[in-house]
Design a binder for this molecule. Sequence first.
Ligand code: PEP
Length: 255
Amino acid sequence: MNNAKRRTVIAGNWKMNFTPAEATAFINEIKPMVAGKDNCDIIFCAPYVTIAAAQAAAEGSNIKIGAENVHFAESGAYTGEVSAKMLTACGVEYVIIGHSERRQYFGETDETVNKRTLAALAAGMKVILCLGEVKEERLAGITREIVSMQTKLDLAGVSAEDMKNIIIAYEPVWAIGTGLTATPEQAEETCGQIRDVLVELYGKDVAEATTIQYGGSMNDKNAAELLSKPNVDGGLIGGASLVASKFTAIVDAAQ
Ligand code: PEP
């Protein structure tokens, strides 16, 4: 963190939580708590049906509201899906793509992650692209190979220019929602390995300008240490993004 070349981004992933009324109450509670804390971008990614309420509550504040997924087609016979054109029409700028829960439970692959990413970028959106190894891969000592492969496949066809609109969230799958956190050293090492891949793909300038977050049970207690690492440029936060005091403490750790 604190690299002048890139923004620190603290993003919440609400997952399948919060009705519109609950989202309104939450944003109203946290808005004054994070007001003026401008050393990082603050984003909450919300369920589709909750986005409008959250946006209305966040209006005029330093909080941005994003989505949790997007389809790759512009329109058509894709029951239950939402396109980038629909999201941008609703004023949604940020979208999470490739979250491990989508990969685990909904058949998301690097190929579909890539297609969604290209569609979101084409629509002018900013993408929070999630990737990371599962426990067996970490134990087998192949984390670098896995994140390298995911980075290359997920970003296929993404230009150096488009990288301005990509945030990478390194999320070891074994740490998501489990209470297990990567050590600051593990987070730093793997975020650094992802940045090395970006150097290979796009050169040093783009790699150094790209925000790489850590995600996986980041909370009010461990955020400061994780965020102190030079290659960790913020956090993607699940559980702790549902509790205003915990999320605010993470924002404070990023100041
Ligand atoms: C996430 O959903 O991206 C996440 C990191 O969840 P948690 O913070 O609950 O582990």
